[in-house]
Design a binder for this molecule. Structure first.
Ligand SMILES: Cc1cc2nc3c(=O)[nH]c(=O)nc-3n(C[C@H](O)[C@H](O)[C@H](O)COP(=O)(O)O)c2cc1C
Length: 226
């Protein structure tokens, strides 16, 4: 049974077009040219991206600009993290890398996952703004993202974690970015189950979790014996 509470479909008084088209047009660019936004241009976008929803306005994030030789130092840190002899050339794929850092604040009200969601939101909005302004962007990570060597190279504090890097450069003339189809929104939007179905689902997931726990216990005991 669906809820009897229906929301209004009235249009807001002042429509603000633009975002829908910008989001639909955004693509990630894995290959970019050597052109990069200036620091001033970047600051304009960062100031706007910092407007994302932020519980208690903790601002639990910061960004680190990596240009020129900074990228080589990152390549060396990646190699150290992976135990490789030669520096990684991955950071050289774009002239500007923006390291996205979750800087967790002490809060009784706002748990870490909410703070990470804010940092992630800033990165998504910043990517969108850069893309809309004509820059090629791709968000990249790797197994080394949260390694000690990489954290050290970025000068991270004890309560900070990297969420990866936005690789930024020029969109190559004539090139086309890959394109993903829009999702079928109907499969991603649902109403809550009825109370009876919720009960059934809960029992099912509890049984599943219970089974997994028992299996774990059993294998632990087996390991102990051998
Ligand atoms: C947190 C995060 C980490 C990602 N890491 C990588 C990565 O290391 N390598 C990669 O090719 N794509 C990575 N992606 C995906 C790309 O950024 C991009 O979304 C994907 O290639 C699809 O392209 P599109 O954004 O144009 O749809 C990552 C995305 C996110 C949000």
């Amino acid at each position: 049974m669906t809820s009897t509470v229906e929301t209004t479909s009235a249009h807001p008084a002042v429509p603000r077009p633009g975002a829908l088209e910008a989001v639909r047009a955004r693509r990630s660019w894995s290959k970019v040219t050597d052109l990069a936004p200036s620091r001033d241009e970047l600051l304009t976008f960062v100031a706007a991206a910092g407007r994302v929803a932020d519980h208690s306005s903790l601002r639990p994030w910061r960004l680190i600009e990596l240009r020129g030789e900074d990228r080589e130092r990152l390549g060396t840190a990646i190699a150290a993290a992976q135990g490789d002899d030669k520096p990684s050339t991955k950071p050289l794929r774009a002239p500007l890398l923006i390291a996205v850092v979750a800087s967790y604040r002490k809060s009784d009200k706002v748990p870490r996952w909410e703070q990470e969601a804010v940092a992630s939101g800033v990165a998504h909005v910043l990517s969108l703004l850069l893309d809309e302004a004509g820059w090629g962007v791709i968000w990249r990570t790797g197994g080394y993202t949260r390694s000690r060597d990489v954290a050290k190279m970025h000068g991270l504090g004890t309560d900070e974690e990297l969420l990866g890097w936005l690789y930024v450069g020029g969109k190559p003339p004539g090139a086309r970015a890959g394109s993903r189809r829009e999702v079928d929104a109907r499969t991603f939007v649902s109403r809550p189950p009825t109370a009876a179905t919720a009960e059934k689902l809960d029992k099912k997931s509890t049984t599943k979790a219970e089974k997994a726990r028992k299996k774990k216990d059993k294998s632990r005991k087996k390991k102990k014996k051998t």
